[in-house]
Design a protein around this ligand. Structure first.
Ligand code: NAD
Length: 482
C-alpha cells in the first residue's frame, strides 16, 4: 500500500484508467441497480461519516482552521441531512410513475422509469471539502451509479482521509477515490464518464466542459461569482448586520455563496459600518485571531491575493493580517467607484469589484436606490446567490422579479444551501444544473419513458397508408387534441 503523499499520488495517477474501467465494470454487472444495494451504499456512506466525525473535524481544522461547531454545521450535518432525506424518500422516487397517453394513441400504457447513468465523477473544491464531495455522492449512489471522487488537493488532510476511508466503507468499489491536482484531473477527464459534477471556479469549469464535450458527457457545474447583498432595513439594523457578518465571515469568507459585496444608500453607510463592527465583535470577539471559531486562508497564494486586494481600498473595519498564520481579520472596505466606471465587473475601478473575493473582505458599494442596485446586479454575470435585507415587501419583489440568480434569500445568507430538498445550483456564469434531494435524483438518473402499445385493437392503422379521408380526418383531430 502507498504510504506517503507522493506515493499515493503516483499510485493513483498510474491507475486512473483502471479505476474508471473497474467502476464501469461494476456498474455494468448490475450490482448497483437494485434498491437494496442503493440503500446499502447510503448506509455505508452514513456510517463512514458518523463513525469518523472526529477525524473529519480534525482534517477540516488542519486544512482550514475550521472550528468544531462550524465543521458540524456547515459540512458534516449538511451531508448527513442529505443522506437521511434521501433514504426517507428513495423508495418513492424509484417507483415507476405512470405517464400520460394522448387520446390518439389509445389504447396504450406509459410509464416513466428512472435508470442510473453509469460512472459519475465528482470533482470537489477545497473550501467545503467534505460537503461538496459527499453531498452530491448521496444522490449519485441513490440513483444507482458508481462514483469516482476527486477531492481537492488544496485540502490535503481531507483528501487523505477520504482516500483512507472510502475503500474501508466501500470494499465493493462502488465508490473510488483518485487524489491529485491538475494532471490527475486532466487524466480523469480524458476517460469516458457518464456524468461529471464539478464544484469550483468558472475558469476550470470551462476546462471540464470542454473535456466532457469529447465524450458528450453531461455536466453539472457548481461555480461561484460575486453574490450581492442589498441592505436597506432600518428597523432591524443590528440583527440584519449580524446575519450579514456571519454569512460573510464564516470560513473566513471562503464560501461560494458568501455575500461578496453589500450595496446600500450613501446615507446608511456609517450606520451599517457601526452595526457590522459590533456584529463582528459579538461573533468572533475583540481579536478573532485568538478565538476558536475564526478560520484561516487556505494557502499563501490565496492569502497574498486577498491582502493585495486591500491596496487602494479604505479599510473601515479589520484589515489586520499575518502571513505566518494566513490570518486575515474580518475586514470591511469602501472603495472609490471612479467617475464614469461601472460599479462592478471587469472595468470597475478597483480589483475588489472585478473578481470574486472569496475571502474575508466585504466592500460596501453605495448606490442611490434599490432600483440602482438592481441595475448593478444585472450589469454583470448572474450571481450564485442574492441576499436582500429589507422590511419592505415591495423591495423584495423588486429583486425577485428583476434579477436572475441561483437563489434569493431574504433577511439571511447561506441558509438555502442547508435547506435540504431545495435545488442548489447556479444560473449563467454561476453554474449549470442543480442537486440536493430530489434534484440530485433527477440529475443522476435518466428518466426513461416506456410505452406499451398493444397489437390489438390495431388503431395505428389509421395513421398508416393507404390513407382514407375519413381516417386521416379522425387521426388529425385526435392528434391535435394533445
Ligand atoms: P478550482 O476550480 O481551482 O478547483 C476545483 C477542482 O478542479 C479541484 O479539485 C482541482 O484539483 C481541479 N482543477 C484545478 N485546475 C484544474 C485544471 N486546469 N484542469 C482540471 N482540473 C483542475 O476551484 P477552487 O479554488 O477549489 O474553489 C473555488 C471556487 O469554487 C470559487 O469560485 C467558489 O465560488 C467555487 N465553489 C462553488 C461551490 C458551489 O457549490 N457552487 C462550492 C464551493 C466552491
Amino acid at each position: 500500500m502507498p504510504t506517503t503523499t507522493t506515493d499515493r499520488l503516483l499510485h493513483s495517477a498510474t491507475r486512473i484508467p483502471d479505476t474508471v474501467a473497474d467502476a464501469r465494470r461494476l456498474f455494468d454487472s448490475g450490482a448497483t441497480r437494485p434498491l437494496a444495494a442503493r440503500v446499502r451504499s447510503l448506509h455505508a456512506l452514513r456510517a463512514m461519516v458518523t463513525e469518523n466525525e472526529a477525524a473529519f473535524e480534525a482534517a477540516l481544522w488542519s486544512d482550514l482552521h475550521k472550528g468544531r461547531a462550524e465543521a458540524q454545521l456547515t459540512e458534516i450535518s449538511v451531508v448527513l441531512a442529505e443522506i437521511n432525506h434521501t433514504l426517507r424518500r428513495l423508495r418513492g422516487w424509484a417507483r415507476p410513475k405512470r405517464g400520460p397517453v394522448p387520446l390518439a394513441l389509445w389504447p396504450a400504457r406509459a410509464r416513466l422509469v428512472s435508470e442510473p447513468l453509469g460512472v459519475v465523477l465528482v470533482i470537489s473544491a477545497w473550501n467545503y471539502p467534505v460537503q461538496v464531495l459527499l453531498a452530491p455522492l448521496a444522490g449519485v449512489l441513490a440513483a444507482g451509479n458508481t462514483a469516482v471522487l476527486k477531492p481537492s488537493e488544496l485540502a490535503p488532510a481531507t483528501s487523505e482521509l477520504m482516500t483512507r476511508l472510502v475503500p474501508r466503507y466501500f470494499p465493493d468499489g462502488v465508490v473510488r477515490v483518485v487524489e491529485g491536482g491538475v494532471p490527475e484531473t486532466t487524466e480523469l477527464l480524458a476517460q469516458k464518464l457518464d456524468h461529471i459534477v464539478f464544484t469550483g471556479s468558472g475558469t476550470v469549469g470551462r476546462v471540464v466542459m470542454r473535456a466532457a464535450a469529447e465524450h458528450l458527457t453531461p455536466v453539472t457545474l457548481e461555480l461561484g461569482g460575486k453574490s450581492p447583498v442589498w441592505f436597506d432595513d432600518d428597523a432591524r439594523l443590528h440583527r440584519a448586520a449580524r446575519r450579514l457578518a456571519w454569512a460573510k465571515f464564516t470560513n473566513a469568507g471562503q464560501t461560494c455563496v458568501a455575500p461578496d459585496y453589500v450595496m446600500t444608500t450613501p446615507d446608511r453607510v456609517p450606520a451599517l459600518v457601526a452595526a457590522l463592527r459590533a456584529a463582528i465583535k459579538d461573533l468572533w470577539g475583540p481579536d478573532p485571531r485568538t478565538g476558536p471559531d475564526y478560520g484561516r486562508i487556505v494557502n499563501e497564494r490565496q492569502y497574498d491575493r486577498l491582502v493585495g486586494l486591500l491596496d487602494g481600498a479604505d479599510v473601515v473595519i479589520g484589515g489586520e493580517h499575518d502571513r505566518s498564520e494566513r490570518y486575515l481579520a474580518p475586514t470591511v472596505v469602501t472603495v472609490p467607484v471612479g467617475a464614469g466606471r461601472p460599479s462592478l465587473g471587469p472595468d470597475a475601478a478597483h480589483p475588489v469589484l472585478r473578481e470574486e473575493i472569496f475571502g474575508p473582505i466585504l466592500p460596501i458599494v453605495p448606490v442611490a436606490s434599490a432600483e440602482e442596485a438592481v441595475e448593478v446586479v444585472n450589469a454583470w454575470d448572474k450571481p450564485l446567490a442574492l441576499y436582500v435585507f429589507t422590511s419592505s415587501g415591495r423591495t423584495r419583489r423588486l429583486f425577485e422579479r428583476n434579477t436572475s440568480s441561483g437563489a434569493v434569500v431574504h433577511d439571511a445568507g447561506l441558509v438555502h444551501v442547508a435547506t435540504t430538498g431545495l435545488p442548489f445550483g447556479g444560473v449563467g456564469a454561476s453554474g449549470m444544473g442543480a442537486y440536493h434531494g430530489t434534484y440530485s435524483w433527477r440529475t443522476f438518473s435518466h428518466l426513461k419513458p416506456v410505452l406499451n402499445k398493444p397489437l390489438g385493437p390495431d388503431t395505428l392503422r389509421l395513421a398508416q397508408p393507404p390513407f382514407t379521408d375519413l381516417g386521416l380526418r379522425l387521426v388529425k383531430r385526435l392528434m391535435r387534441h394533445g
